[in-house]
Design a protein around this ligand. Structure first.
Ligand code: URA
Length: 241
C-alpha cells in the first residue's frame, strides 16, 4: 500500500505543489472515482490511477537489457552526443532507469539499465564477481603468453592493476575477453598493453544474460525469473533463495 501523492510524485507527473492543485481540482481518479485526498492509500498492483483521464504508471522495479549500438554514449544526458536514453521507449524512461556501468561510445553490446540503484551498484562491483564477456577484434594475434598475462592480472601503462581475467584467442585479430570488473576503457587498455589495439568491441554476456534474440538498438525487459537470478548472484537482501 502506498499514498496516492507519493505514487504520483514517483511517477514524475508534477511537483508537490502542482500535485496538490491537481488533486484539489479533481483531476485524479482511482479506479474511475475522483480522489482529492493525497493521503489516500493505494494498492499499486491493482488500482488504476488516471490524471485527466490518462493512466499514470507508478514506479516499479525494472531491469532492461539493451543491445547498445555503436555511436551512443552511456549516460542519462549529454550536451553533445546522443545517449542510450534517446533510443529507449518512453514508457521505460518514465520508470527512471539509468545505465548499469558504462560501454564506450564505440562499443556495442549488452547494457543493463535499472531504476534499482542498489542492484546497479552490486552488478558493477568486482566484489560480486559478475563475469562480462567481450568479443574483440584487434591488431596482432593473441597467444598463450597473452592469456597467461591476463590470468595473472595485468598492470596497465598508468599502473592500474587488473583482477585476473580470461583471454581466449579466436584466431588472427580476434579474441574473447572475460572480466569481472569495469575500469575505464578496461578491455581496450588490456589488449593495448599486449600490443593488440582494439578495432571493434562488443559485450556479449553479463552474468547469465546474453544478447540472444536482440538486434542492435533493441531492448527488452528482464523477466521476474531473470531479475531473481541477478538478485541471487548479487546477494540482494530481498533475493528469493
Ligand atoms: N572495456 C572497454 O574498453 N570498453 C568498453 O566499452 C567496455 C569494456
Amino acid at each position: 500500500m502506498q499514498r496516492l501523492d507519493k505514487y504520483l510524485s514517483d511517477a514524475g507527473v508534477g511537483s508537490r505543489r502542482e500535485l496538490k492543485e491537481l488533486l484539489r481540482a479533481g483531476s485524479v481518479t482511482v479506479n474511475g472515482i475522483v480522489v482529492q485526498d493525497g493521503a489516500a492509500k493505494l494498492d499499486e498492483a491493482a488500482d488504476v490511477v488516471c490524471l485527466r483521464g490518462e493512466r499514470v504508471e507508478g514506479l516499479r522495479r525494472v531491469v532492461l537489457l539493451l543491445y547498445k549500438p555503436a555511436g551512443l554514449v552511456t549516460s542519462t544526458d549529454d550536451p553533445r552526443d546522443r545517449t542510450v536514453m534517446d533510443i529507449l521507449p518512453e514508457r521505460w524512461k518514465k520508470q527512471k532507469v539509468a545505465p548499469v556501468g558504462r560501454l564506450d561510445k564505440a562499443t556495442e553490446g549488452l547494457l543493463l539499465l535499472t531504476n534499482d540503484g542498489i542492484l546497479a551498484h552490486r552488478l558493477i562491483s568486482p566484489k560480486y564477481r559478475i563475469e562480462k564477456d567481450y568479443y574483440a577484434e584487434h591488431e596482432g594475434e593473441a597467444g598463450p603468453e597473452d592469456a597467461a598475462a591476463f590470468r595473472a592480472g595485468l598492470v596497465l601503462s598508468d599502473g592500474t592493476r587488473c583482477l585476473p581475467a580470461k583471454l581466449e584467442p579466436l584466431g588472427p585479430g580476434k579474441s574473447r575477453v572475460t572480466v569481472v570488473e569495469g575500469k575505464y576503457h578496461q578491455v581496450r587498455r588490456m589488449l593495448a598493453s599486449r600490443q593488440m589495439p582494439v578495432t571493434y568491441l562488443r559485450r556479449d554476456r553479463e552474468g547469465g544474460l546474453t544478447l540472444a534474440g536482440l538486434k542492435p538498438g533493441e531492448v527488452r525487459e528482464l523477466t521476474a525469473e531473470e531479475i531473481a537470478a541477478l538478485d541471487r548472484v548479487t546477494g540482494m537482501p530481498n533475493a528469493a533463495r
